[in-house]
Design a protein around this ligand. Structure first.
Ligand code: GLN
Length: 497
């Protein structure tokens, strides 16, 4: 197969690969070979994966080539049959190391699959590997990985965003057709934006988190990172739905999300959130969002600016609530039950201390300290409880906005991808990259990032679409229509030259 053909295949969305498999134009094993070749070529440059499942993937592809599903009834093939999918390394995969990009879980091999993995298995998907990420999903640049940073495929001197920097950079480089990430404060959407791909954080509780290593349990959600909106809807169809193993999972009949992919936003009411168009938003990003607004208006939508005053406090609220929950969730890593243990300690107490001091990276330790402080008696009321009250205000502000508007839009990230190292010594600047994404997590509502274009220096810009709780229908309809109108179709092919 020539280089042209290879490039055509690895940059196809999963639904097109599915058509080619159904039409018997490509075998599953041919597709798998292209993707594992792409992984080999991009891995060295970008450090995308922590674990690559090449042998297992190619073997399984051969089995699928021969399977009755494929040979007998083509119309019955499931949407992700034989599709190469990357999984963020904080989602448990039975028998395959799940490190959370941390030294403390470096050798942790789960004995069970996360529910989302079981659901993908039922589709006969191909696991390409476990994607690199910020340690315990804490970060916005993927520079906090014990396994080294991920680089942005559009410019290797820039970060891919985080914490799902691996999954997003993988999709942008064609090193898998789809990926699953997790989003606690923007970790799916912000890297999707910085890498020029689609990333969806579903409504809190829509996708089971059984088997997702917990960061901040009232905020965490698993979601798809894909090449286009249609793939995001298809992947959500597979992973959404009630799960008795997750007490926060919503027990409702799930719609077919693909049905909402309509190119029509006539009479849609769109609010541009003033508080998310902050001064930190770069002029080019602002310009790009304004262009999308004009497109929406041309398509018959009503657009106006709205104010949600409580959003001004969202970042502060998040950086109290998320570390507080993290400090509690991460107390389980004590060297007794999971992963790394310091063996030089003489006493149990010393073992705990040395294991945690040596096993966690700096950012994780910072969060544990902030969280422990906010939850300690005497400070709980002043910080944690107050943050919870403001969180309620944020929820209520969104509720009243959605009485009037179908969707809200904003930039996904105030800037395009920044240079590696640029914000490493300044946590506050790093935290500011989440300013536009965090509010949706605090309110538990769905939000998607889609590519809105490229900056002058050739870096992707992302548009965020937010809707009310369980109104993924509005998210998909708007995202699908605007994706068509924007017509973004570039890939960082320079990687393979
Ligand atoms: N960047 C944010 C943080 O560091 C969000 C992380 C996430 O969504 N997992 O907390």
């Amino acid at each position: 197969m020539g280089n042209n053909n290879f490039l055509e295949i690895i940059f196809l969305p999963a639904h097109k690969l599915n058509n080619l498999i159904q039409e018997k134009k490509l075998k599953v094993s041919e597709i798998a070979k292209c993707y594992f070749d792409a992984i080999e070529k991009s891995q060295q440059k970008l450090n995308l994966y922590i674990t690559i499942c090449k042998e297992q993937g190619l073997n399984f592809a051969k089995i699928l080539d021969e399977s009755p599903d494929y040979l007998d009834d083509l119309s019955n093939i499931k949407p992700f049959f034989g599709i190469p999918i990357a999984i963020k390394d904080n989602i448990c995969t039975k028998g395959i190391t799940t490190t959370c990009a941390s030294k403390i879980l470096q050798n942790y091999i789960p004995i069970y699959n996360a529910t989302v993995i079981e659901r993908l298995n039922a589709q006969s998907y191909i696991l390409t590997g476990k994607a690199n990420m910020d340690e315990f999903a804490m970060g916005s640049s993927n520079e906090n990985s014990f396994f080294g940073p991920v680089k942005n495929p559009w410019d290797i001197n820039c970060v891919p965003g985080g914490s799902s920097g691996g999954p997003a950079a993988i999709i942008a480089s064609g090193a898998a057709a789809c990926a699953l990430g997790s989003d606690t404060g923007g970790s799916i959407r912000q890297p999707a934006s910085l890498c020029g791909v689609v990333g969806l954080k579903p409504t809190y509780g829509l996708v089971s988190r059984y088997g997702l290593v917990a960061f901040a349990s009232s905020l965490d959600q698993i979601g798809p990172i894909t090449r286009d909106v249609k793939d995001a809807a298809r992947l959500l169809n597979v992973i959404a739905g009630w799960d008795e193993n997750d007490s926060t999972s919503i027990n409702l009949k799930m719609p077919d999300y693909e049905e909402f992919l309509k190119d029509d936003i006539k009479n849609f009411k769109i609010g541009i959130v003033k508080e998310l168009m902050v001064k930190e938003v770069a002029p080019e990003v602002r310009e790009s969002i304004n262009k999308v607004v004009s497109l929406a208006e041309q398509m018959g939508a009503y657009v106006e600016e709205i104010s949600l005053p409580s959003l001004e406090y969202a970042l502060s609220v998040y950086y109290i609530i998320a570390p507080s929950e993290a400090s509690s969730n991460l107390s389980r890593y004590d060297g007794v039950r999971y992963g790394f243990r310091n063996t030089s300690a003489k006493t149990l107490r010393e073992m705990y201390k040395k294991t945690r001091a040596g096993g966690f990276g700096d950012e994780v330790k910072r969060r544990i300290m902030i969280g422990t402080y906010c939850l300690s008696s005497g400070y709980y009321d002043a910080y944690y409880e107050k943050a919870q009250r403001v969180r309620t205000k944020i929820i209520n502000d969104f509720k009243s906005a959605f009485k009037k508007y179908d969707i809200l839009i904003s930039p996904t990230s105030p800037t395009t991808a920044f240079k590696m190292g640029e914000k490493l010594d300044n946590p506050l600047m790093m935290y500011l990259s989440d300013i536009c994404t965090i509010p949706a997590n605090l309110a538990g509502i769905p939000a998607i990032s889609i590519p809105a274009g490229l900056s002058k220096s050739g870096l992707p810009i992302g548009l965020q679409i937010i809707a009310d709780s369980l109104r993924e229908d509005n998210v998909f309809r708007a995202a699908y229509s605007l994706e068509k109108a924007i017509g973004f179709s570039k890939n960082p092919i320079g990687l393979y030259e």
